[in-house]
Design a protein around this ligand. Structure first.
Ligand code: CO
Length: 461
């Protein structure tokens, strides 16, 4: 029988995409033992923005959250999202920190680490993959999905072959903007399957309305695992619904391993919470709608709203059309980086600057300069030579090595500096990741500060 397995994203990506990662542990801890019996391939529950959000907004220790999830879900693989050499942030960390972070993540309960690099420069995922494997966890290499003249099926398939040689056990096609069409999904999964024998995971968002079709065509082409969210927190900027895909695929003859009554019970639990989020305004009905702008403008929805607010601030909203026309030109000049954070901001700001100053690259952003120096990794395609020369000087070349190769180890030094403020190595990692946020979190913890009352709402009943 054909098989398709499910990764449930309600605790991480659905939480992050719909309600700004504000779900406190009280909202889901009571259902974890039930979730443990659902038959998911894995539950994505950690990493991404959850780590920062736990400390910044919820007065929760992210490591403690992970241990509590593990205690209630001993039989399900717990999954996290890791931005390669950037860990959970946007700057490059030295290798000693990357290794320590991965090691402690696995030690505290993580079983599967999905690792990606925004530019698909696999040198930036190598250390994290290696350490994941050393610690006996599953490394899933992810492609940051985008389309451009240089992102061909052959190049994607080769990238997957390279990741497979690195030792990853699964490969995820990660479509963060929800722009992958059913035809693209079918063709890409087929191209990868032709080249590499590796389980393929599909990850997308419902933003543009493509997701269900994209999954179905991907599954027809041989995709093995799909990312879905329990129905009451699915759709819109979140993933497609778990129960819907369960019914559709079972009827088509796929074995999913899911238990229908359990996934229904999971949804019943989160229904009350999602209603509360709607009432409090935390869940804005707008994000649940289908928005096809990303298909029309070829830029992700989040980037478009950023551009609009940026232009409004500068009283230049009437120039939006010009900026939207300039955006793909800047992207081309930079060698077609995927429009994901931080490249989406970089390209958007530069396009707006080019239009508003009336001369292209009259002023060049500091991030664009760092990008051209190669500090983010290799550009996917050729960079505009004139622009490169303008930034790097006559005959200047971007760095050959990984940026992380230029960084000194900092873990032990930071640990010594923190002294008794850090109670364990996990605290040191929290501090290295988000210094100010962690500092405040440690101070509140020292004072025995109460968690905000609003988290103690009677969600548990
Ligand atoms: Co996502």
């Amino acid at each position: 029988m054909k098989k398709v397995l499910f990764t449930e994203t309600v605790l991480r990506d659905a939480n992050q995409s719909l309600i700004a990662t504000r779900m406190p542990i009280e909202a889901f801890e009571p259902i974890l033992e039930t979730m443990d019996k659902a038959g998911y391939y894995s539950v994505e529950c950690w990493g991404g923005a959850t780590f920062d959000s736990c400390m910044r907004y919820l007065n929760e220790d992210p490591w403690e959250r992970l241990r509590r999830i593990k205690a209630k879900m001993p039989n399900t693989k717990l999954q996290m999202l890791l931005r390669g050499q950037n860990l959970l942030g946007y700057k490059h960390y030295p290798d000693d920190v990357v290794r320590k972070f991965v090691e402690r993540s696995v030690a505290n309960g993580i079983d599967v680490i999905r690792i990606f690099d925004a530019l698909n420069d696999i040198r930036n995922i190598e250390v994290a993959v290696d350490e994941t494997l050393k610690n006996g966890a599953i490394a899933s290499g992810a492609i940051s999905y985008t389309t451009s003249p240089v992102h061909t099926l052959e190049k994607y398939a080769q990238l997957c072959a390279d990741m497979k040689s690195m030792g990853v056990q699964t490969i995820c096609i990660k479509d963060m903007a929800g722009v992958m069409t059913p035809a693209e999904s079918y063709d890409l999964v087929s191209a990868i399957k032709d080249k590499v024998d590796v389980p393929i995971v599909l990850h997308t968002h419902c933003t543009t309305g493509m997701a269900f079709m994209t999954y179905l065509k991907g599954v027809e082409a041989g995709a093995d695992i799909i990312d879905t969210a329990t129905s009451c927190l699915s759709g819109g900027t979140s993933q497609p619904a778990t129960e819907t895909l369960y019914h559709a695929l079972e009827q088509l003859g796929y074995e999913t391993g899911l238990k229908e009554e359990v996934i229904n019970a999971v949804n019943n639990h989160f229904k009350k919470y999602s209603e509360e989020c709607l009432q409090s305004g935390l869940l804005d009905p707008k994000v649940l709608k289908t928005d096809t702008n990303a298909l029309n403008y070829k830029i992700p929805g989040g980037m478009l709203s950023n551009l609009i607010s940026q232009l409004k601030q500068q009283n230049a909203i009437e120039r939006l059309d010009e900026v939207l026309a300039e955006t793909p030109r800047v992207r081309e000049d930079l060698g077609y980086p995927p429009l994901v954070t931080p490249m989406s901001q970089m390209v958007g700001v530069q396009a707006a600057t080019n239009v508003l100053l009336g001369e292209r690259y009259k002023s060049i952003g500091k991030e664009v300069k760092a990008y051209l120096r190669g500090e983010y990794g290799r550009a996917p395609g050729e960079v505009n030579a004139e622009l490169e020369q303008k930034v790097l000087g006559e005959g200047g070349k971007p760095m050959e090595c990984r940026f992380a190769d230029t960084l000194e180890p900092i873990f032990e030094k930071t640990k010594a500096e923190l002294g008794s403020r850090a109670k364990c190595d996990e605290d040191v990692l929290s501090y290295i990741s988000f210094p100010q946020v962690a500092e405040k979190f440690f101070a509140d913890r020292e004072k025995g500060a109460e968690r905000p009352v609003k988290y103690k709402i009677e969600l548990i009943g």
